[in-house]
Design a protein around this ligand. Structure first.
Ligand SMILES: CC(=O)N[C@H]1[C@@H](OP(=O)(O)OP(=O)(O)OC[C@H]2O[C@@H](n3ccc(=O)[nH]c3=O)[C@H](O)[C@@H]2O)O[C@H](CO)[C@@H](O)[C@@H]1O[C@H](C)C(=O)N[C@@H](C)C(=O)N[C@H](CCC(=O)O)C(=O)O
Ligand SMILES: Nc1ncnc2c1ncn2[C@@H]1O[C@H](COP(=O)(O)OP(=O)(O)OP(=O)(O)O)[C@@H](O)[C@H]1O
Length: 495
């Protein structure tokens, strides 16, 4: 891209030295600089990118974008001083990649719980209908069925624009993105033009970051404001009429709103819900009459996720037949109430619940077919929102036996995590075991034939972060290993 064109997006900045005619690449990481590229210095949570200018120059950067003077030989590279490099990243990202979100239909999904599930359901149904489609979020970047890892639920602005351009280049007509509150307030979505914005729900989480529910709710609302004011384009908001925050989000957009709900009046509403062991059946009221939905996704919360997805796809232009066939064809979302295949006399589920509301919903999903004990293992992350811990344990207390452990303890000690959880328990049938492997083994040890074991908090993840290190970890593998020892026979493989 021509540098003058790029710099037009950063008006009022000071340019020191002679910029190159063209910039071949842009990055915020000195380790990823390409010769002839631009390096944007971001002052992060752990280090300051301005300290890595020498490395960026050594790797061949020809343009440095900084928010304070940095040293560079003006004959080799120009320095652009702007007031806020994080905003600069957002401003140049979309332009550098050719505004890709204008050529792909963009669906954004926000909310406390259900983003990954809804994004996967929408993406899965679009592909089931023969369309090329991409999605991005906690599980990674799924480019028409091929999965690539990514660092965040909502990636930084440059990575986001690069992914959308890749989706466009691969011929995807749609891209569904999980939109986190962090991503919205930090401008990671600057330059992304959304066509459909979906809201799942808003409950307690991330208060370490946002401070209050009011700020947290406002942050989610930015997605609806980002639909913009150009009403000549067909754009839609999809709102959960059972969640009171939807009234506010309706005010934040000028575009048509589609609603979904179970308890309230809504355009897409579920009734006669039957939660069965391996499937969920319900009647869906739609603008074109009532239709039966049969799907392999289990749990009451997945009824909401299916309704949100159906409304979003209806707004997109899919017919109800395609939507209902797609819902029926979906496999379980990885690590979300995913049943572990085993011949042992136990039922094991892996789930990603790590908020009070998700724990309540996950437990409620298995209660209808509980014959014996429900053993529930739950952890929480270290150095993150501590105020939710006792409320998580209070919700977990619905289970017959609870094991309190850790998800990613990071730099926090086991004892402080499990004791803060334990403060919320409403009965004495529980154990605190900070080491998650030992906790999973204990869950199997205390289980009897016919019991349900529900492991929450790690979901699709195959690692645990202790300190700064990622260690391999799989609840399912540990549980099967322990169960084989206990029952003295092979357990059958996990998918
Ligand atoms: C706390 C936080 O938000 N951290 C994010 C942040 O990392 P950071 O600020 O620590 O970065 P840093 O290591 O200090 O580096 C600063 C700058 O120096 C650069 N650098 C660094 C080293 C070097 O050798 N050379 C160099 O140029 C880095 O590339 C970076 O530009 O910027 C990174 C790049 O964008 C993010 O990946 C990272 O997210 C981490 C992984 C994270 O856990 N974030 C959480 C809080 C988050 O954002 N979560 C939400 C989901 C919430 C949910 O719904 O569950 C999300 O959207 O993921
Ligand atoms: N609509 C929903 N309402 C309440 N709980 C839900 C809903 N959908 C999923 N859950 C619960 O939340 C957990 C996480 O689901 P999912 O990954 O889809 O949410 P998410 O918003 O992407 O979460 P995160 O941002 O933390 O990745 C699930 O394992 C399930 O226990």
């Amino acid at each position: 891209m021509e540098t003058t064109e790029l710099l037009a997006h950063l008006p009022f900045s000071e340019v020191i030295g002679t910029p190159p005619v063209e910039v071949t690449d842009i990055t915020t990481d000195s380790r990823a600089v390409q010769p002839g590229g631009a390096f944007i210095c971001i002052n992060g949570y752990t280090v300051d990118g301005h300290d890595y200018v020498p490395q960026a120059l050594a790797a061949g950067a020809r343009l440095i974008i900084a928010d304070r003077p940095v040293e560079a030989d003006p004959d080799k590279a120009a320095v652009v001083i702007t007031d806020d490099t994080a905003r600069a990243e957002g401003l140049v990202a979309s332009a550098f990649f050719g505004h890709p979100s204008k050529s792909v239909r963009m669906i954004g999904v926000t909310g406390t719980n259900g983003k990954t599930s809804v994004a996967n359901i929408i993406d899965g149904i679009l592909r089931n209908s023969g369309r090329k489609s991409a999605s991005s979020g906690t599980i990674g970047f799924n480019l028409n069925g091929v999965l690539y890892e990514s660092a965040n639920t909502t990636t930084d602005a440059l990575t986001t624009q690069r992914m959308i351009r890749q989706a466009s280049a691969e011929g995807c007509e749609a891209m569904t993105m999980e939109v986190s509150s962090h991503g919205l307030v930090e401008g990671r979505l600057s330059g992304t033009e959304f066509d459909i914005a979906v809201f799942t729900n808003l409950t307690h989480d991330h208060l370490d970051y946002h401070g209050t529910m009011e700020h947290y709710g406002y942050a989610k609302g930015l997605l609806f404001a980002q639909l913009g004011q150009d009403t000549s384009k067909p754009k839609f908001a999809v709102l959960n009429a059972d969640d009171p925050w939807s009234d506010r989000y309706r005010q934040m957009t000028a575009h048509p709103v589609l609603t979904y709900a179970v308890d309230s009046e809504a355009m897409f509403r579920a009734r006669d819900i039957r939660l069965e062991a391996g499937r969920t059946v319900f009647l869906m009221e739609t603008p074109e009459g009532e239709r039966q939905v049969v799907m392999n996704l289990i749990g009451g919360f997945n009824v909401y996720n299916a309704l949100a997805s159906a409304a979003a796809l209806y707004a997109y232009g899919l017919g109800l037949d395609e939507i209902i066939a797609g819902l029926g064809a979906l496999p379980a979302v990885k690590g979300r109430m995913e049943r572990v295949e085993t011949d042992l006399p136990l039922t094991i589920y892996i789930d990603y619940a790590h908020t009070p509301d998700a724990i309540e919903k996950a437990i409620a999903s298995v209660l209808p077919y509980k014959k014996n004990k429900l053993i529930f293992l739950v952890g929480t992350g270290g150095n993150r929102d501590r105020s939710k811990r006792p409320i998580m344990a209070e919700k977990a207390s619905v289970a017959d036996y609870v094991i309190l452990t850790t998800d990613d303890p990071r730099h926090e000690d086991y004892e402080s995590i499990t004791s803060e959880l334990a403060a919320g328990m409403t009965h004495e049938n529980y154990a605190c075991i900070g080491d998650r492997e030992q906790a999973v083994r204990h869950a199997v040890e205390v289980a009897g034939e016919g019991d349900i074991l529900l492991f929450a908090g790690k979901g699709h993840e195959d690692f645990q972060i202790i300190g700064n290190t990622k260690y391999p970890h799989s609840d399912a593998e540990i549980a099967l290993d322990e169960a084989e020892k206990k029952f003295g026979r092979k357990a059958g493989a996990r998918d």
